[in-house]
Design a binder for this molecule. Structure first.
Ligand code: DAK
Length: 257
């Protein structure tokens, strides 16, 4: 597929998807949403890719959904365009997706970063849910994912009072995994993702699935998912290789099988 609003790049075993609508602060119009998820799904299927990064520009990760595109929409149009289903494609990605966030991550941009698996933020990153200022509320998971991550009261403040979090606050409250200098922030994210990509692929996938279960089910169900995934990994060549390599005091050679 030819992309008009994203750029893709491969560095080592890391696939990078760069949001590229600089004229609109990388606001998500329908084209951008479709292209981002197409690119992520293509990397997800590619055996040479071990982890993915989504990023924007230094100034803006993404300033939310495209306000100009949806300003006149009716509820019926929003539903029939399948907007929710389109954004939900992120939940089908099996490999780890790291958001490399610099500058504005607002509205749907913040929600998109939150729906990735981990976040590397540059010192200039700013996370906010300003939808209330345009008469709506977050619609791509912000109220739910933020409340689970940072608790109810701060989420209320962000969603109702348009409180924006700095990169340092995002780190403090557990939204960002790392904060790095603006200069070279993407290289830092690539190094972070390379480490992920060097892990046993199937175990990484099962780990992501188990951790996500903690956000979606009861403790009992989550523990069942974890145990099932743990036992399943004993059917893989990589489990045999990983344990053998430990005993033989050498580095494992992962096959993803
Ligand atoms: N949409 C459309 N255009 C945008 C935009 C946006 N969200 N954000 C910025 N732009 C455009 C500006 O209109 C301007 O275009 P021109 O006037 O030059 O044509 C250009 O980008 C540069 O922006 P500024 O001139 O405003 O630049 P500044 O540096 O002064 O300010 C800013 C940057 C990011 C602080 C500011 O642009 C801003 O506040 N932007 C809007 C942020 C915002 O309110 N975001 C929330 C949008 S609502 C859902 C999925 C997703 C969503 C909902 C449901 N479902 C699955 C159901 C998400 C909703 C949202 O995100």
């Amino acid at each position: 597929m030819e992309y008009t609003s994203v750029l893709t790049e491969v560095r080592g075993r890391v696939g990078i998807v760069k949001l590229n609508r600089p004229q609109a602060m990388n606001a998500f119009n329908m084209t951008l949403v479709a292209e981002v998820f197409d690119a992520l799904e293509a990397f997800d299927k590619d055996e040479n890719i071990g982890a993915m990064i989504v990023t924007g520009s230094e100034k803006a990760f993404a300033a939310g959904a495209d306000i100009k595109e949806m300003a006149e929409a009716s509820p019926f149009e929003m539903i029939s365009q399948g907007r929710v289903e389109k954004w939900d494609r992120i939940r089908g990605i099996k490999k780890i997706v790291v958001a490399a966030v610099s500058g504005w991550a607002l509205g749907g941009g913040c929600e998109f970063a939150l729906s990735c698996d981990m976040i590397v933020a540059s010192e200039s990153a700013k996370f906010g849910q300003p939808e209330i200022t345009i008469g709506v509320i977050p619609g791509a998971g912000g109220t739910q994912r933020l409340a689970r991550l940072i608790g109810k009261n701060l989420t209320m403040e962000m969603v109702i009072n348009n409180r924006t979090l700095t990169a340092a606050e995002a780190l403090q409250f557990g939204i960002a995994n790392r904060v790095v200098p603006v200069e070279g922030y993407l290289d830092a994210a690539v190094a972070f993702a390379e480490e992920i990509a060097s892990r046993a692929p199937l175990a990484t996938r099962m780990a992501k699935d188990a951790v996500n279960a903690a956000f979606e089910t009861t403790l009992t169900e989550g523990l069942k998912t974890e145990k099932r995934n743990f036992y399943m990994l004993f059917s893989t060549e990589d489990q045999k290789e990983g344990m053998k390599a430990f005993i033989e005091k050498r580095k494992p050679n992962w096959k993803g099988k």
